[in-house]
Design a protein around this ligand. Structure first.
Ligand code: AMP
Ligand code: ZN
Length: 124
C-alpha cells in the first residue's frame, strides 16, 4: 500500500482500523462524526478510497455522494436539525488539513449563529 494511504487518518477510519461511530455507510462512502464538532451532529462524509480532494474524486461517484449527503441530512433532521450547511475545504489555501477528500455536513438550528471563518486557523 502507498505510504500516503497507509498513514492517512481517514483511510484508517475507512479501513476500520481507527474506531469511529458510523453515521451512515454506502458502497463507496462512509459518514462519521467530526472529532471537533462545530455544530451539533457535525458529520464528515469521505470516499472509502483515497482521493486527495473532491476535484480528484471520479465524477461517477457524484450521484452516490449526493445520496449519502441526503441520507446523513435525513438522520440529522430526525435528530432535530432545522437545516444544514455543506462545506468542502479544498487545498491547503482553503483550509484543508486532512488530505483525503471529505465533505462537512453542519446541521443547523433556527436562530443559532455560527461563523464561517475563511482562514486556515479557524477553518470549519
Ligand atoms: P479540513 O481538512 O480542514 O476540512 O477538516 C478536517 C476535519 O477532520 C476537522 O474538522 C477535524 O476536526 C476532523 N478530524 C480530524 N481527525 C479526525 C478523526 N480521527 N475523526 C473525526 N474527525 C477528524
Ligand atoms: Zn486517505
Amino acid at each position: 500500500m502507498a505510504k500516503e494511504k497507509e498513514e492517512c487518518i481517514f483511510c484508517k477510519i475507512a479501513r476500520k482500523e481507527i474506531p469511529a461511530e458510523i453515521v451512515y455507510e454506502s458502497e463507496n462512502f462512509i459518514a462519521f462524526p467530526d472529532v471537533n464538532p462545530k455544530t451539533k451532529g457535525h458529520t464528515l462524509i469521505i470516499p472509502k478510497k483515497h482521493y486527495e480532494n473532491l476535484v480528484e474524486m471520479p465524477d461517477i461517484l457524484g450521484n452516490e455522494l449526493i445520496e449519502t449527503i441526503k441520507k446523513v441530512a435525513e438522520i440529522r433532521f430526525k435528530q432535530g436539525a432545522d437545516g444544514f450547511n455543506i462545506v468542502v475545504n479544498t487545498g491547503e489555501a482553503a483550509g484543508q488539513i486532512v488530505m483525503h477528500a471529505h465533505i462537512h455536513i453542519l446541521p443547523r438550528k433556527k436562530k443559532e449563529k455560527i461563523q464561517f471563518p475563511c482562514d486556515t486557523e479557524n477553518n470549519v
